[in-house]
Ligand binder design. Sequence first.
Ligand code: PRP
Ligand code: URA
Length: 218
Amino acid sequence: MGVIKPHHQGKNFFEVCHPLVAGKLSLLRQTQTDHKLFRELVHEITLLLGYEATQNLSTQENEIQTPMETYQAPFLAGPSPVILPILRAGIGMVDALLSLMPSAKVGHIGLFRDGKTLKPHHYYFKVPQDSEQRHFYVCDPMLATGGSAINAIEQLKAHKVKSITFICILAAPEGLAALYQAHPEITLFAASFDRCLDDQGYIRPGLGDAGDRMFGTL
Ligand code: PRP
Ligand code: URA
């Protein structure tokens, strides 16, 4: 049976421990996995993470007619949430989240890490005008130093967004600590809390550069 394990640093950081997630993640990590399979696995893992990460969506009842009787049936309550991929690699998680929440809006934030300083550089930001009342699902496969996630969440807060869930595939302990310190209220779901960062800022055991593996730009 699958388990959602809270992280010791914060009760709102969850590792989705499920054999389907674990098996797909092992394939994703493998060097010989090509970009087509890599994208398919990211999609499938995101469906499983998204199922857990959306458990707090609220519902409202509306009367429906079944073939047997009228019934007060639960439907997802508005306003529809916003999916916010961190470019580039976050793009690979959008379709899975949209298939779970077809009425969601999609924002975009463009960030890339400087190879030397590991600090994020910002190049694009677009969210719906009425973002204040909406829940945001920020997605990026990798939380390494945490710099990109922290920057994305700061920009959302500057736009008065109050309610954010971060969904990633791998999270390093260094990134979790930094994110928790900067934004302790954020809820995070990950497929694995990995061991550490190396001295180049890559996650170990990791999977390499997520964007390059996803888009074949290695
Ligand atoms: C990767 C990844 C995250 C970031 C994580 O993107 O997709 O956005 O690094 O690292 P951090 O936690 O140390 O900030 P990258 O900056 O390589 O950009 P790309 O997706 O455009 O290749
Ligand atoms: N970004 C990646 O794509 N991979 C890592 O291991 C760290 C940051």
